[in-house]
Each structure stands twice: as C-alpha cells, then as structure tokens.
Design a protein around this ligand. Structure first.
Ligand SMILES: C[S@@+](CC[C@H](N)C(=O)[O-])C[C@H]1O[C@@H](n2cnc3c(N)ncnc32)[C@H](O)[C@@H]1O
Length: 336
C-alpha cells in the first residue's frame, strides 16, 4: 500500500501564515491545520485536525495526496533517515518547510506563487513562541518568493542558529542578488547542507525570457562565487517549451562543475509546458533524451523521462513506449 511519512514528520508554513502538512497541499482549504499568527507550532502539530490527518494517512492517503504522489512523487522526501514511520505513536516535528514570503525580485513566466497571500511571518507571536520546535527539528527548508532577500531569513538565522547547531538548512534561491558580506556571514552561522539555485537555461536570452527582470550573468557568476563557500550546490531546471533542448547541456555543465542536477518537468501553468506541443514534437523530445541517457545512465534524467512518459500525451506512440521499456531495463542496474 502507498503511504506517506510527511504528516508524521513535517509541517509546511505558507507565507500567509497558514500551516499545511506539505507544500503540495498549499492553498487548499481542506488541508489547513492552523495559523502561526495565533497558534504555536506544537499546538498545531498536536491539534485534532493534524491527528485526524495522520490517522487517515495510516489507512490510506486522501485522494488529493494520492493524485499528488502519482504526479509529483512528493512523498519521496519521506525518505529522510531521521523520519519516523507512519506507525510511530507520538511523532514529533522533525522538519519545517517555510515559504518565507511570496515577494520576489524576479517574475518568472511559470511561477505560480508570486501573487500568493503573504505577511504571515510578520507575526511577533510566531517569533516569540516556537523556540521549542526550532531547537529540536532536524531540517529546515526555505523557499519563497525569494528567501535570500527576505528580512525573515536574517531573523530566522539569528533566532535558530544559537539554539540548534546541528540543524540541516536547505534553501532554494534564484541567485539573483549581490553577494554581501552580511549574507556570507549568515551562511557561516548555519549548517547549509544544500543551496539549490534555479538555472533554467545557460543561454542568456532564453534565461532572461523565462526569468523576467533578471540578468543571466549575475546568476551565472553567483553560482560559481557561492560554490566557493557552500559545499553542496544543486541546480533546479524547470523544463518548458523554450528550454527543452538544453536538458543535456545543463546536466553536463552540472557534472563538470560538481553541482547536483534537478530537472523539473513543467506541467502547470500549462501554456508554457511541453504538453502543449504536438504529440510528434513531444515524442521526438523524449526520444532524444532517452537516446542520450542510454549511455549517460543518469538517475535524475531517468526520473525526468519516467515523469514525461506518464504526463505527456504520447501514450499512443507504441514505438516510443518500447524504446522507453528497453531504457528501463538498462537502468535497472543503476536503480537498485
Ligand atoms: C518558486 S521558486 C522560489 C525560490 C526562488 N525564488 C527561485 O526562483 O528559485 C522555487 C522553485 O520552483 C521552481 N518553479 C517555479 N515555477 C514552477 C512551476 N510552475 N512548476 C514547478 N516548479 C516551479 C523554480 O524554478 C524554483 O526552482
């Protein structure tokens, strides 16, 4: 049976202040567990609503979660070694995922959250009442908006660094800012396990078309500058129509420079998605990626192919499905 450990280990705080079990359920009224502006995190975690959700998950995840698991493999994060099992009797919060702010310095063509409700983290109640949770969690993930230009980032470092030295921090950023000594000083105070930087293209004009208001060179240079002081850099690439032919180039660039590669297939909003191309163009694109990966045998590219096969409209292309099946067999040795 499919199960998800996330409700037994994590809370997600949206920029509005509303708390959900995970980011894939944000803005869904059926999954609001509480609000940081009036409730402590521990209170939300132990609320009847959170307990009911955990009990439901013990039977089978709700329909919405099952859809998300099928579409996004979102429960994969539940593989963290410190996550407890769904049968744990009194689970405690191990991980917080926080959307600090929806404000951003860029307006990317595919971004769905820049107009989200924000301001929840301005609440003094939140900052004054959650030391117990911040001192005991194992992992803290920050997203936005742009987390590294948010004043809440500095405040979080000041609050959490002195009380939880072992905490793993993970941050996703657009890398579009001036790297100040103050920012480097903040990084030096925390255990920044992974900094994920969004690089959707290595072509200046494509990059700037996707990431509106950006300067490609600023991000490109910052990736290398930040990699001098941060051990693990991952690169997120959201794959849409205009950058679809760059997947392999960006993968090789990551390999060459020691960055992790995280390709994400854009599905929503659909207007820029590969799913809007003709079935022939979709098949041609996937086929070219499979051909490459028959030799490269990259797990990340394999998962992208798998996702594309299940999400794009190529279900009637029998030859492609056979080609994919053969690829799957060659990947078996890598995936075990
Ligand atoms: C919303 S952004 C926030 C962090 C930061 N501002 C950035 O650009 O990386 C987090 C990640 O989501 C990705 N993203 C943006 N729009 C997306 C969409 N429609 N589907 C999937 N991922 C998306 C971004 O490229 C980025 O890697």
């Amino acid at each position: 049976m499919m199960n998800c450990k996330i409700p037994f280990n994590q809370l997600y705080i949206h920029s509005s202040g509303k708390v959900y079990p995970c980011s894939f359920l944000q803005n869904n009224a059926d999954f609001v567990l509480g609000d940081i502006q009036t409730q402590k995190l521990s209170e939300i975690w132990n609320s009847p609503l959170a307990n009911q959700l955990r009990e439901a998950h013990r039977q089978s995840p709700p329909k919405r979660c099952l859809e998300n698991i099928a579409n996004f493999n979102c429960c994969n994060i539940g593989q963290r070694p410190y996550f407890v099992d769904i049968n744990a009797t009194q689970p405690v919060i191990r991980r917080l995922d926080i959307m600090l702010d929806s404000a951003c310095n860029l307006t990317c063509n595919m971004c769905t959250n820049i107009y989200d409700e924000t301001g929840g983290l301005k609440s003094e109640f939140f900052w004054e009442n959650n030391q117990d949770v911040f001192s005991s969690i194992n992992e803290l993930e920050l997203v936005g908006g742009e987390p590294l230009i948010s004043p809440h980032f500095k405040r979080l470092v000041k609050l959490v660094a002195p009380i939880n030295a072992n905490l793993d921090w993970r941050i996703t950023t657009n890398g579009h800012f001036k790297i100040s000594n103050e920012l480097l000083n903040h990084f030096s105070q925390i255990n920044l396990r992974i900094l994920t930087i969004s690089v959707d293209s290595l072509n200046k004009s494509t990059f700037e078309l996707i990431r509106k208001r950006s300067h490609f060179n600023t991000v490109y240079e910052n990736v290398f500058e930040l990699s001098k002081s941060i051990t693990k850099i991952n690169i997120n690439m959201v794959i849409q129509q205009i950058n679809r032919h760059e997947v392999l180039q960006i993968y090789e660039w990551c390999l060459k420079n020691g960055f992790g590669f995280y390709p994400i297939l854009l599905l929503y909003p659909s207007n820029h998605s590969i799913s809007q191309l003709s079935p022939e163009l979709q098949s041609e694109w996937i086929r070219s990626i499979i051909t490459y990966n028959n030799i490269a045998l990259s797990k990340e590219i394999f998962f992208l192919i798998k996702k594309s096969i299940s999400s794009l409209t190529i279900k009637h292309d029998k030859e492609l499905l056979i080609y994919y099946y053969d690829h799957l067999k060659s990947m078996e040795q890598v995936l075990v």
